[in-house]
Design a protein around this ligand. Structure first.
Ligand code: NDP
Length: 254
């Protein structure tokens, strides 16, 4: 393999959900700068339209609410009527609603599961259908979390959804391997974005950072290596894996 082109994505089409902010926005920029055409999908269209202007390669913006079957079906039509091609899915859209378990409402529980698990399922199923139809393989990258493996206070719904997403990743990997559709998960530790910025600005948040062995939050750019590995043909024999990028957080002492 030519080491210059290890992560080259020229000619590939990548769908990124939750591309309107945070990690998804960064993932779109990274994949685009390595040559992929991108499909940016989330609810806040204006944000993605301004992102589109920054991208180095062709991209389209599509309105998507992962909690709606109708919206996911519309995205499928948009893909089929535009490129018709889909090589990479970064299944990234997600929410968090931190609350103590004793105070959690069914509504809060269901909304986190609906977005982070059922929404990820809907988009993964739609992408799989297109990839199988095109018979040209593909790479699905589910954005999990270190909370899929360990637990944290006030995050029972989020941790449960992410743990299930990892099991979905492995189940899909098993069944889709023969079709050369690779399914892996990327499990970031704490990376500063809109989803957590309020918390890390509090005293509690600042002291929490002290529990991370590297004593700092991650940078979005520090996910690039794992993302590009999973997206590109360099990981052609990898499926069912979970790559953790967390400054050592998962191995902090019990
Ligand atoms: P942000 O809040 O910045 O981004 C979340 C994205 O998800 C937004 O673009 C939002 O777009 C989209 N989204 C939320 N709900 C829906 C929906 N119903 N339909 C479509 N899109 C939706 O958070 P992050 O960037 O931090 O999080 C991205 C992913 O990374 C999440 O899955 C999160 O769990 C995961 N993660 C984040 C970590 C971190 O430290 N930041 C650590 C580990 C995992 P819009 O509102 O426009 O629809």
């Amino acid at each position: 393999m030519d080491k210059e082109n290890l992560f080259d994505l020229t000619g590939k089409v990548a769908l990124i959900t939750g591309a309107s902010s945070g990690l998804g926005k960064h993932f779109a920029k990274t994949l685009s700068s390595y040559g992929a055409k991108t499909i940016l999908a989330a609810r806040r269209i204006e944000r993605m339209e301004s992102l589109q202007k920054e991208l180095l390669n062709e991209s389209i913006v599509v309105s998507l609410d992962v909690t709606s079957n109708k919206s996911v079906n519309k995205l499928r039509e948009e893909i089929e009527n535009s490129t018709g091609q889909l090589d990479i899915l970064v299944n990234n859209a997600g929410i968090s609603d931190p609350v103590k378990f004793k105070d959690i409402s069914e509504e809060s529980w269901l909304s986190v599961l609906e977005t982070n698990l059922n929404g990820a399922f809907r988009v993964a199923k739609m992408a799989t259908d297109i990839m199988l139809k095109n018979n040209d393989g593909g790479s699905i990258i589910n954005i999990a979390s270190i909370l899929a493996e360990r637990v944290g206070l006030n995050l029972s719904s989020y941790a449960s959804a992410k743990a299930a997403l990892v099991q979905l990743t492995k189940s899909m990997a098993l069944e889709l391997a023969r079709s050369n559709i690779r399914v892996n998960a990327l499990a970031p530790g704490y990376i500063l974005t809109e989803i957590n910025q309020d918390f890390f600005n509090t005293d509690e948040g600042k002291s929490y950072i002290g529990k991370i062995p590297m004593k700092r939050l991650g940078l979005e750019s520090e996910l690039d290596g794992a993302l590009l590995l999973l997206a590109s043909n360099t990981s052609s024999f990898m499926t069912g894996s979970v790559i953790t990028v967390d400054g050592g957080h998962l191995v902090n002492p019990l």
